[in-house]
Design a protein. Structure first.
Length: 521
């Protein structure tokens, strides 16, 4: 209850901010449920256990859907409060738990039926605006998704100024720059810019000039710039490239390959497919001196900076690129590791769309932290919406599915479990209304008698069609909040005893010592 009462005041458009004091640095101001929950530590070890469990609800929902943490906390508190009251009166907690699980399963099924797919940029902006509590956030995120597609990588960074901006990197970018500054063509920006180059994509280190010379002679005749991407280029090979570049016989630049181990191999294969070249590796048995022009990739432009390289408009076949994208998507579906999934998604984005960077600006550091956090929340919610669709927001969907949960449960105790879930489903709407200064129960009753999809807009204080008013929630968020709340709620109900560490008795402090005298000083 202590965690929930601190968290639930943030719910809805009229929700309040919570200020979190840290032992160091400036206090954090937030309207994000999970941030508040994570900061709460209670002195009583038994109370703190309960707080930790409720925090788990918020964290898990945040991990799965990226938003809906406050809703999940409100639902969990209601399930625990109502459930404990019944169990204390002699109810069977195991049967109640079964009833809760059956009701939640049915509720999730009904939520999925109400799902509306997200199509246009406008709908994306609505979802992001609700999650970030700000229409400006909605616009920026909708723009970013519009430009790089739903598979594109969108990162949120802190801006140096006060304005928020969106930068889009077209093409494939990886975080390795030129091996030698002698390759630079634009001295002012310290970049090597090569127009319509050919690309040699090599797995190993290139040290011997003799291996490279036959290829360099062929390229010099064509008068095309050359980009070499390899594990490393050093020794004679690097000296030869630099001398040719300085003499003007060949426009060339060399870059270290991105990543490590198997991931490096996969990324080099991606680059080869994107540019229509061949990945020269030992597995293929091709030696460097035998490489011919058909094995080189091509691109409209390559820009190489000190720390990153961008390949723009690779000339690989669209079919091959699509095939590679499908292959990476399958790997994303089957991997268990979050780290691998993240890296695969980055590769997918580089092949399919591009990379968008949202630079968040604010007047003070405290505001900047809070705003960046809201952008990250909104971005997660938007991705969830694109994935599973949206439903009417503002707690309305939960109220609309109540009639479908009335006949659940075989025994009396199971029926009570279902009733507990039904009561909990009213709670988010009740809390939104109370945060806006209205009587929650009155608002809930009124919404129950309206047609489906009509709810209480706390911002305008009117009853209206939520989807038309742009108040929508992602299905994934609505569903995860309920599933996680019920999971922890049911666990708490079936808990019989708590074991905590015994507090250590601190020894009494020693009495202060006598004076030391002045030793003749």
């Amino acid at each position: 209850s202590m965690v929930a009462s601190a968290v639930k005041v943030t719910l809805g458009p009229k929700g309040r901010n919570v200020v979190l004091d840290k032992k160091w640095g400036s206090p954090t101001i937030t309207k994000d449920g999970v941030t508040v929950a994570k900061e709460i530590e209670l002195e009583d070890p038994y109370e703190n256990m309960g707080a930790q469990l409720v925090r788990e609800v918020a964290s898990k929902t945040n991990d799965v859907a990226g938003d809906g943490t406050t809703t999940a906390t409100v639902l969990a508190e209601s399930i625990v409060r109502e459930g404990l009251r019944y169990v204390a009166a002699g109810g069977n907690p195991i049967a109640v738990k079964r009833g809760i699980e059956k009701a939640v399963e049915k509720a999730v099924e009904e939520i999925r039926k109400l799902s509306i797919p997200v199509k246009g940029k406008e709908e994306v902006a609505q979802v992001a605006s609700i999650a970030g509590n700000d229409p400006e956030i909605g616009e920026v995120i909708a723009d970013a998704i519009d430009k790089v597609g739903k598979d594109g990588v969108i990162t949120v960074e802190e801006s140096k100024g006060t304005a928020t901006s969106l930068e889009v990197v077209e093409g494939m970018q990886f975080d390795k720059g030129y091996i030698s500054p002698y390759f630079v063509t634009d001295g002012e920006r310290m970049e090597a810019i090569l127009e319509n180059p050919v690309l040699l994509i090599h797995e190993k280190k290139i040290s011997s000039a003799a291996d490279l010379v036959p290829l360099l002679e062929k390229i010099a005749q064509l008068r095309k710039p050359l980009v070499i991407i390899a594990e490393d280029v050093d020794g004679d090979a690097l000296a030869t490239l630099v001398v040719n570049k300085l003499r003007g016989t060949l426009q060339v630049a060399a870059v270290k390959a991105p990543g490590f181990g198997d991931r490096r191999k996969a990324m080099l294969e991606d680059i080869a497919i994107l540019t229509g070249g061949t990945f020269i590796s030992e597995d293929l048995g091709i030696k460097l001196e035998n490489v011919d022009m058909s094995m080189l990739g091509q691109a409209a432009k390559v820009v190489i900076g000190k720390e990153e390289t961008t390949i723009i408009e690779g000339k690989g076949s669209a079919e091959a690129v699509q095939g590679r994208i499908s292959q990476i998507r399958k790997q994303i579906e089957t991997t268990d590791s979050n780290y691998d999934r993240e890296k695969l998604q980055e590769r997918l984005a580089k092949l399919s769309g591009g990379v968008a960077v949202i630079k968040v600006g604010a007047a003070t550091e405290t505001e900047l932290k809070e705003k960046k956090h809201r952008f990250e929340d909104a971005l997660s919610a938007t991705r969830a919406a694109v994935e599973e669709g949206i439903v009417p927001g503002g707690g309305v969907t939960y109220v609309n599915i109540l009639p479908k949960l009335e006949k659940i449960g075989d025994s009396d105790d199971e029926k009570v479990g279902a009733t507990i879930v039904r009561r909990a489903l009213e709670e988010p709407l009740r809390q939104i209304a109370e945060n806006a200064g209205y009587e929650g129960s009155v608002v809930v009753e009124k919404v129950k008698h309206e047609k489906n999809g009509v709810g209480f807009n706390a911002l305008t204080e009117q009853y209206e069609d939520m989807v038309k008013a742009g108040i929508v929630d992602p299905v994934k968020v609505t569903r995860s909040a309920l599933e996680n709340a019920a999971s922890i709620g049911a666990l708490i109900l079936t808990t019989e005893s708590l074991v905590a560490e015994k507090p250590e008795e601190k020894p009494a402090a020693a009495p202060p010592g006598g004076g030391m005298g002045d030793y003749g000083m």
